[in-house]
Design a protein around this ligand. Sequence first.
Ligand code: HEM
Length: 471
Amino acid sequence: MLGKRCRRSAMANGHGLRLPPGPWQLPIIGSLHHMIGKLPHHAMRDPRAAPWAAHAAPDRRGCPRWWCPPPFARSPTAIGESSWRPTGHTGGSSAGSPPPSSSARAAFSPSAPSARRRPPPCCARAPPLRRGSRAVDMRERLSALITDTTMRAAMGDRFKDREVFLRALDRIIVLAAGFNMADLWPSSRIVSRLSGAVRHCEEIRDTTFRILDGIIEEHLEKMGNRGGGEVEDLLDVLLKVQQDGDLPIPLDMDVIKLAILLDIFGGSETTAPTLEWAMAELVHNPKVMERVTAEVRNAFAAHGSVREDKLAEAGLRYLPLVILETLRLHTPLPFLIPQACQEPCRVLGYDVPQGITVMVNAWALGRDEQYWPGDPDAFRPERFEAGGGSAADFKGADFELLPFGSGRRMCPGMGFALANMELALASLLFHFDWEVPGAAELDMTEAFGLTAHRKSRLLLRPILRVPVPGV
Ligand code: HEM
């Protein structure tokens, strides 16, 4: 009875809008109970298991916003439909803007548009692995490597309070990934005040902003000494743009700090889990591992190590496909970044009211049999080879493969991420063979979190094949 009433309210909202039908809802928690025990992007994948995933009603009254995906969220046709462009494709007026979670809002406020740029690939250091006896925790190593690389590209790596800064970032990741009462009742100031997560995020924001103030001061001083012309990292670029004052909207210091934080945070939380998945899939698929290792070792045999300056001329073909296949199966942001519809529009004949949060289930698109015939869940990089099946492009033009999103709000770090992943993976495969310690079966389950990461940490034993120079 209660369910029926809730369903009716979702279908006919009294405003004459044609909303897609939704799941039955409960007071206060809305549709939340449909998610119990499932990963959200899995639960929202199958319209038979969850009919509302195909025709969900974004009813703003009872339903916590991020549990209400509209139907087009899992259909390339709908994503491409001209009247609604969730990721700002070619500048549609109803293009979305992300409605941040309360923790993210607290940690990264004051909110502002992020700077658009593609950071230059920088040299990823080979992880400091030596001999092939002990198993290593790949997550720990890869996260440290990627955070280090991203931080150096964003603001250099020599600054005071580096450790405090890194700890604060770790804390943001834990808090932002967690379940948070303030997201359930976003309009309630009391809940927001009572929420420990929001308070903690505000404290962390103050700490990171304070450290960033010091770093900015140092950068300004150095720029002054160099005469202002040379730029060494992203922070230099942003400070120079600010000083030149050529932008129509002034670039204030808070926007600069936010851009730096988002880049470090967004970059490491997506790139490192992708690398961990790639290594897991390779160990899980020995033939693919064999082929990609042979390719990398042949390409760099003459150099004795994987050199960033030789990466382009090495002409690796299969390794990029391994990365692409990893991104298809393990899209780090399964729902991309949720967007708020900025003006009413129609998609597939349904009304999308202004202010509704729209999520694109990129994970489901990447595993949809309709677009990935054969075995969509299998790890098969060959599917992207000429004549091997799909020629889908991942740069936002083909909506069945959207690891970096599409349109105006597409990931600005794509080039940096791809270069970083190629360099790191090539180094790992060039110097070492990898095996799962003991006779343990490799657990390939996903965990719930800010990004789609592995449930269990990947423990692998490196076996040294080519000595690492200088180690
Ligand atoms: C495997 C690596 C990565 C993946 C899969 C990835 C994916 C994404 C996705 C899906 C979005 C949202 C796009 C949309 O909703 O249309 C995004 C946004 C963003 N990414 Fe990445 N990303 C990666 C690496 C990076 C790196 C390395 C950086 C920075 C150094 C970065 C910075 C950002 C920023 C700043 C945004 C927000 C853009 C905006 O809202 O305008 N990302 N990323």
